[in-house]
Design a protein around this ligand. Structure first.
Ligand SMILES: [Zn+2]
Length: 106
């Protein structure tokens, strides 16, 4: 686990005594993380749902794509958003990703 708060990146006080080390620096950051986790989860769900439709050739309103370039661009954008959101989610949940330290911004 990292020693910085995943929300604001300030250093976490080393926990004295026993117990799980603190995951966030403050109550505010914990609440912010909870809110952001729910928001990211909804966005990932929506993105994956649309991605499945677009891969089948339909937009999010169920209309068929007529322009293959548009459709491909949307697939790329959706994949990229879902990937980034998933990475943020993992950071907030305290699961180190492969190149953690630099990716903060929520
Ligand atoms: Zn914090």
């Amino acid at each position: 686990m990292s020693e910085a708060c995943p929300v604001c990146r300030s250093a976490l006080d080393p926990r004295e005594g026993r117990g799980r080390p603190a995951a966030y620096c403050s109550h505010t950051c914990r609440r912010t993380a909870e809110f952001t986790i729910r928001r990211l989860a909804r966005r990932i769900d929506a993105g994956e749902l649309e991605l499945r439709e677009v891969e089948r050739g339909f937009d999010r309103w169920g209309r068929a794509y007529h322009d293959e370039d548009d459709r491909r661009a949307r697939v790329r954008a959706l994949r990229s958003w879902v990937k980034k959101d998933t990475q943020k989610l993992r950071e907030l949940l305290g699961q180190p990703t492969k190149n953690t330290s630099k990716t903060a911004a929520i």
